[in-house]
Write a protein that binds this ligand. Structure first.
Ligand code: F6P
Length: 363
């Protein structure tokens, strides 16, 4: 009577539906029950209709849809033990002890904490009469497997996170569109792309669209960046280029850790070069729309592997994330990846830029 529940948490990303579909269908294929938990951790805390059994048809025709059909949320309640206690009760009442969580590093870290606390939560539920000793015994171990859904590609331990490729498609389509009008009017466009703590989208979009200058958080420019920027843009113009494109990751900063915004960049260009400069902020368009073929297949492979990992888990198994390594979907210890991801954040906070790049570079 093994079964699993799947949920999506944090910011959505294209390909999450394909992952949900693969988890559910692989579970059913293996003869197991599959559940949706709607609205992420909030649905787990609130219970009721948020936890529903899924069937083969409930995931039909979603592989191509962006977003997440089961909803996602950033949940404050789950950060408190009281919220996690409610969530544990709701899961035990349905006999669910296998979870696939599709989200970013914050969501995956939360899942790991939940798993560590599980037996003490169950003790408390027995004590307050919410569950019986028999239920406690039957549901004594919680297994979790993570899939990284994020357009930012900001998670260490996987080559690609689900949604990144689709977001890149959105971004380069927008840059191509902007470039044609920029060309006509000999304008300079400063494009802000997502990536709060990670410059992957800005970097790859910039490289693949011939941008003239890219600002990313992991590698802040030297203090004389305004000179370098203007020299670069002016050089391109004098070589006959009719436009300039500058990409700014939303988390870009200088070496002191102060933000560098699209407005800051525009001000420099306005004052020094007197170009006709405009800003385009791509915003949530990057996270919307249908997933690319790559993200659909990536999510399918990862979802199927997540279900297999859960079905094979024993009480001593460590929680894993399903990662892309080369072209293989592999299982990597969850906390190893979370710790490395947090080490990047720490290095950036402490302005150890070379360390941040090195740590990030290990994929
Ligand atoms: O984490 C993904 C991300 O897309 C970031 O790049 C961005 O800063 C953030 O989500 C936006 O989140 P929200 O949709 O909550 O504003």
């Amino acid at each position: 009577d093994k079964g699993l529940a799947v949920f999506t948490s944090g910011g959505d990303s294209q390909g999450m539906n394909a992952a949900v579909r693969a988890c559910v269908r692989m579970a059913i294929y293996l003869g197991c029950k599959a559940y949706f938990i709607r609205e992420g951790y909030q649905g787990m805390v609130d219970g009721g209709d948020n936890i529903q059994e899924a069937n083969w048809a409930s995931v039909s025709s979603i592989i191509h849809r962006g977003g997440t059909i089961i909803g996602s949320a950033r949940c404050a309640d789950f950060r408190e033990r009281a919220g996690r206690l409610k969530a544990a009760n709701n899961l035990v009442q349905k006999g669910i002890t296998n979870l696939v969580i599709i989200g970013g590093d914050g969501s995956l870290t939360g899942a790991n904490l939940f798993r560590q606390e599980w037996s003490s939560l169950l003790d408390e539920l027995v004590k307050n009469g919410s569950i019986t000793a028999a239920q406690q015994e039957k549901n004594s171990v919680l297994h979790i497997v993570g899939l990284v859904g994020s357009i930012d590609n900001d998670f260490c331990g996987t080559d690609m996170t689900i949604g990144t490729d689709s977001a890149l498609h959105r971004i380069i389509e927008a840059i191509d569109a902007i470039s044609s009008t920029a060309y006509s009017h000999q304008r300079t466009f400063i494009m802000e792309v997502m990536g709060r703590h990670c410059g992957y989208l800005a970097l790859v979009a910039g490289l693949s669209s011939e941008a003239d200058f890219i600002f990313i958080p992991e590698m802040p420019p030297k203090v004389d960046w305004p000179d370098r920027l203007c020299t670069q843009l002016a050089q391109e113009r004098s070589a006959g280029q009719r436009l300039n494109i500058v990409i700014v990751a939303e988390g870009a900063m200088d070496r002191e850790g102060n933000p560098i915004t699209a407005e800051d960049v525009k001000k420099v260009i306005d004052e020094r070069l007197k170009h006709d400069a405009r800003i385009t902020v791509l915003g949530h368009v990057q996270r919307g729309g249908n997933p690319s073929a790559f993200d659909r297949i990536l999510a399918c492979r990862m979802g199927a592997e997540a279900t297999l990992a859960l079905m094979e888990a024993t009480k001593d198994s460590v929680p894993v994330v399903i990662s892309l390594d080369g072209n293989q979907a592999v299982r990597v210890p969850l906390m190893e990846c979370v710790e490395r991801t947090q080490a990047v954040a720490k290095a950036m906070k402490e302005k150890r830029w070379a360390d941040a790049v090195k740590l990030r570079g290990r994929s």
